[in-house]
Design a protein around this ligand. Structure first.
Ligand code: F0G
Length: 405
């Protein structure tokens, strides 16, 4: 925290960087076996705030695919849609790209204990990187609100899992208090090193698109670290002349957990009001007091993007369509495709504009949700059943003859 204004710390580059040779340097590193070059984060180290990068804590994060998604495109009434799948990271979510930087910094500082509050993915990611760095790790999660897969990961990687009555925001308050002890290192996206690592996804995306930026980049919004990181990444690429324009960043929130969208809709954008009782089945983004809203607001404002909401029904059907592309994702990630469909219907996105959506988590992160959807048992938080448009329930058979019917 900044001792003067109470806001979050931000890391700024000092001095000019000669970016002209970098595209070629980064391309050549892709063929290298050096662990720093195998990582899709450390490959872009000229833009990371580390002078010594020989002691990095890495799981070969990044290097995630950028898929064409024709069925999802069709669902959104677009000719083309690309999905950047951050769920293909080592622990199955986008958190790894930031965690490699934050845990590297924790080790450098000689931290005794690394901690985070989490809806599950940050927990799984921190637990893995702390294990690699041989650091003690404690994570604080809301009791009963984290998917089994994410909890299982954190346990397996050896983290101390501390369960708290309340929601993510309760956990976040608790952990901020804990981090006042100097030997404790907090790695939620409050931590500017997390944002630094995550911003390299913008670099990797630019490279995959041969440095031609799309018109729109769509991301889910929870604690708002991811949108902040993309904003910073694109800004730095633009300022160093590596790209000639920035995509409009649109953040999509679940209707029941949408304080940022409410702030955006308020024409004066004067005060940010937290959502006291956030509700959504997309448990990863069930957050009412996003810590990085100011940075995310900067990203939206500077790129001319927007903040919108989608319903539980829209999230669920969009998720199933992403599955039909053979890609799959967790519910929070599907807010993006649901959001794009809405933006196209409202003519906020118009052909032939180009669109990239960021999928933040792997389909196996929340299989309970998937099974319930396909067997028509998914119930929205306010008790209304979801009517799945693309249900695909298992079929009981007795014999081969049943298959051929
Ligand atoms: N998608 C997934 C799969 C997430 O896990 C999260 C956040 C988000 C989207 C939202 O990203 O917070 O940067 O706006 N998960 C955090 C966690 C809160 O604890 O795992 P954001």
């Amino acid at each position: 925290m900044c001792s003067r204004c109470g806001g979050l710390l931000d890391i700024e580059r000092r001095g000019e960087i000669d970016a002209s040779p970098l595209r070629e340097v980064w391309r050549q590193r892709r063929a290298s076996l050096d662990p720093r070059n195998r990582s899709g984060v450390w490959r872009f180290r000229e833009f990371l705030p580390f002078t010594d990068n020989t002691q990095i804590v890495s799981l070969s994060e990044g290097n995630t695919p950028l898929y064409d998604a024709p069925r999802s495109a069709d669902y959104c009434r677009l000719q083309q849609l690309k999905l950047k799948h951050q769920g293909c990271n080592p622990t199955g979510s986008f958190k790894d790209t930031g965690m490699t930087a934050a845990v590297t910094q924790a080790r450098k500082l000689g931290a005794r204990l690394v901690v985070c509050a989490s809806t599950g993915n940050t927990a799984a990611s921190l637990a893995a990187y702390a294990a690699r760095a041989d650091l003690l790790c404690a994570i604080v999660v809301p009791t009963g609100q984290v998917s089994h897969a994410k909890l299982a990961q954190a346990l397996d990687y050896g983290a101390k899992v501390l369960e708290v009555e309340g929601n993510f925001d309760t956990c976040m308050n608790l952990i901020r208090e804990l981090a006042e002890d100097e030997s404790v290192y907090l790695v939620n996206s409050i931590n500017p090193f997390r944002i630094e690592g995550q911003k390299t996804v913008a670099f990797e995306l630019a490279e995959q698109l041969e440095w031609r930026m799309p018109d729109h980049l769509i991301v889910p919004g929870g604690n708002l670290g991811n949108s902040s990181a993309f904003g910073k990444g694109f800004r730095e690429l633009f300022e160093s002349g590596l790209i000639d324009r920035q995509p409009k960043i649109t953040v999509v929130q679940a209707e029941g957990a949408a304080p940022f969208a409410k702030f955006y809709d308020d024409s004066g954008h004067e005060s940010f009001v937290n959502e006291e009782h956030p509700q959504t089945l997309a448990s990863a983004i069930k957050i009412g007091a996003p810590v990085s809203w100011q940075k995310a607001w900067r990203a939206v404002r500077e790129t001319g993007g927007s903040v919108i909401t989608v319903t539980e029904q829209e999230i669920a059907d969009a998720k199933a369509i992403i599955g039909r592309d053979g890609i799959g994702c967790e519910p929070a990630s599907a807010t993006t495709v649901a959001g794009i469909r809405k933006l196209v219907a409202q003519h906020e996105i118009k052909e032939p504009e180009t669109v990239v959506a960021v999928l933040t988590g792997h389909v196996l992160k929340d299989t309970d949700y998937v099974i319930k959807y396909h067997s028509e048992n998914l119930i929205a938080p306010e008790g209304a059943p979801i009517a799945p448009k693309f249900a695909n329930a298992p079929i009981r058979i007795q014999s081969v003859a049943d298959i051929l019917k």
